[in-house]
Write a protein that binds this ligand. Sequence first.
Ligand code: CDP
Ligand code: CDP
Length: 205
Amino acid sequence: MTDTFTIAIDGPAAAGKGTISKAIAAQFGFAHLDTGLLYRAVGARVLAGVEPIEAAITLQAEDLDRDDLRTAEVAQAASKVAVIAEVRAALVDFQRAFARRAGGAVLDGRDIGTVICPNAEVKLYVTASAEVRAKRRFLELTGKGEVTSLETVLADVMARDDRDMNRAEAPMKPAADALTIDTSELSIEQALQVALKEISAQRMP
Ligand code: CDP
Ligand code: CDP
């Protein structure tokens, strides 16, 4: 028998989705897909001059390995291409196939619980205040040598939140049956414990 088990983790930038997803995947031996990387890879190709829909349709696995995908510039480009319905449509099949892979999968993004995997066994919406998230992202970016200010990072995070929440296609929002975890005042370990408790509540005996 082929065992599938899908954990959908959505939420805004720097809420802790990726950190929690990786820890859960490691704990259960599940595969993990950071779906933001797909949009970042499309955004990076658009910055290099490719037309957005073309960039999404012709996206290759190796595009996800580029080491410039984590910059603030690519993040903004990602959220701009992410409003285009045809760009999103081109990325659906890959994400759904990943979610159904044998052995279980964790996907994190903005629309996993609502659009990509509405039947996921576990849905989490991980969030935190914009100020806390901006501080976290600022520390990450400056740690990697990117020159920026906390004010700039906060403005970028808020612009992206606004674009992601208010787009017509697959807007960022918690699924009706998602558990929301606000990590503003939680350590990574504390947030992970809340997530693990929810997973064990939903897992088949
Ligand atoms: O994937 P997402 O953009 O939601 O966030 P992340 O990459 O998991 O986390 C962003 C940063 O916040 C990382 O440096 C985490 O270590 C940090 N973080 C934290 O300090 N406390 C938390 N409860 C969660 C994440
Ligand atoms: O790491 P961070 O949370 O800052 O961003 P990300 O997850 O890499 O996503 C970058 C951008 O891609 C987001 O701001 C969204 O506009 C878009 N995205 C999306 O629309 N749907 C997803 N499932 C994942 C990302």
